[in-house]
Design a protein around this ligand. Structure first.
Ligand SMILES: Cc1cc2nc3c(=O)[nH]c(=O)nc-3n(C[C@H](O)[C@H](O)[C@H](O)COP(=O)(O)O)c2cc1C
Length: 387
């Protein structure tokens, strides 16, 4: 692929450990509820492949469960079985062939498992669902406190069972490596299992995995160490956090900075700052939804924990993304919904930011034709100007 020359920071290549990334546009992980028995299908090849063809630097596979019971629904992605590996590998080979870096977010829904898709109301599965072949399952969490008043209480993991969960994360990371991923992200945000241990709103334990901040952070840090142990030193590890729970006596920004520092000491390279989710559905955030609503969190973690960050949340304008990087608020910018709307956003953004050869972010077989189209349009413009 020809080199893209850039006056823009967004399109300046980046080095993370031994990994070269062509630009700083990240496709944020997006659950599709389209997996079969946890494994990806051709849908995922096209869904993720088109972002790689559109010029993004890093393409994240959606939250992928490390255990079958860690899925949010029967249709969520997983990497809890060796049989999943070949299909992910096929997708990753394609992503890499298009010049992008394949990345995976591994996670565990904990008490937010056994539910339906967003468009079915995030409803907990029940007896009626069992009759239509979609049975509920017993979820697990830090404590027997349901996420949703409609849901049965989750099983509070024993210390011995927690050790098994850590092993699941390590094994999933080893499978991800086998599947050809270059980046792995530990999902500790959005009210899922790791967030359930971090937040005092969900963690009522009085053993080594609860109580003090140190106790509540223990599981996440054990998982960071377990994942780092199998992830090669030349490959980066990311972690996504909800920077704040958004209520009194809950997970706070100060806690996030301490967690980021501790994670960095154990080999995490990049932190994505999101918010919310411990109470209410999905990514329900306590933060008003304005363009770049999580940027101040990314900036604070970057400054106070001395770690690279990703800004995410309603970043849709190229100049806005560029300015976030130029102001030193984050090192990378992630987009989710804007890329669903326009998977070629990186190429469009590069043009808007004055990047020479922006069409070379697209496949050669597109760029060749589009350059000729651009020349023709330029000639028409020049002729009109002469009149
Ligand atoms: C369809 C969809 C699925 C999502 N799935 C995930 C996910 O698997 N993991 C995650 O951390 N965030 C997930 N998110 C949140 C996004 O990654 C992102 O943080 C959020 O949408 C804000 O970015 P945006 O304004 O660019 O969409 C999802 C968002 C959408 C729209």
């Amino acid at each position: 692929m020809p080199a893209v020359s850039s006056p823009s920071l967004l399109f300046t290549p980046m080095q993370l450990r031994g990994l070269s990334i062509r630009n700083r546009v990240v496709v944020s992980p997006m659950c599709q509820y389209a997996s079969e028995e946890g494994g990806p299908t051709d849908y995922h090849l096209v869904h993720l492949g088109k972002f790689a063809m559109g010029g993004a630097g890093i393409v994240f596979t959606e939250e992928t469960a490390v255990e079958a019971r860690g899925r949010k629904s029967h249709h969520c992605a997983g990497i809890y079985d060796d049989a999943h590996v070949p299909a992910y590998r096929r997708i990753n080979e394609f992503i890499r062939s298009q010049g992008a870096v394949p990345a995976i977010q591994i996670g565990h829904g904990g008490r937010k498992g056994s539910g339906t898709a967003p468009w079915e109301g995030y409803r907990p599965l029940g007896d009626e669902d069992a009759k239509r072949g979609v049975p509920p399952w017993r979820t697990v969490s830090a404590s027997a406190v349901p996420a949703d008043p409609r849901a049965p209480a989750p099983h509070a993991l024993t210390a011995g069972e927690i050790a098994g969960v850590v092993t699941s994360w390590r094994t999933a990371a080893a499978r991800a490596l086998e599947a050809g991923y270059d980046v792995i992200e530990i999902h500790a945000a959005h009210g899922y299992l790791l967030h359930q241990f971090l937040s005092p709103l969900a963690n009522r334990r009085d053993d080594a995995y609860g109580g003090s901040l140190e106790g509540r952070m223990r599981l996440v840090l054990e998982i960071v160490e377990a994942v780092r142990a199998v992830w090669p030193p030349e490959h980066p590890v990311f972690m996504r956090v909800s920077a704040v729970d958004g209520s009194e006596n809950a997970w706070s920004m100060e806690d996030t900075v301490l967690l980021a520092r501790a994670a960095k000491e154990r080999g995490v390279d990049v932190v994505t700052t999101s918010s919310g989710g411990i109470a209410g559905p999905g990514t329900a955030a306590p933060v008003p939804r304005t363009p770049g609503y999580h940027v101040p969190y990314a900036a604070k973690v970057r400054r106070d924990a001395g770690i690279a960050t990703i800004a995410v949340g309603l970043i849709t304008e190229p100049r806005h993304a560029e300015d976030i990087l130029r102001r030193g608020e984050a090192d990378l910018v992630a987009l989710a919904r804007e890329l669903l709307w326009n998977p070629n956003w990186p190429a469009h953004a590069a043009r808007e930011l004055g990047v020479t050869g922006y069409l070379d972010l697209l496949p050669h077989g597109y760029a060749w034709w589009l350059k000729r189209r651009e020349d023709a349009r330029e000639a028409i413009r020049a002729a009109a100007a002469r009149k």
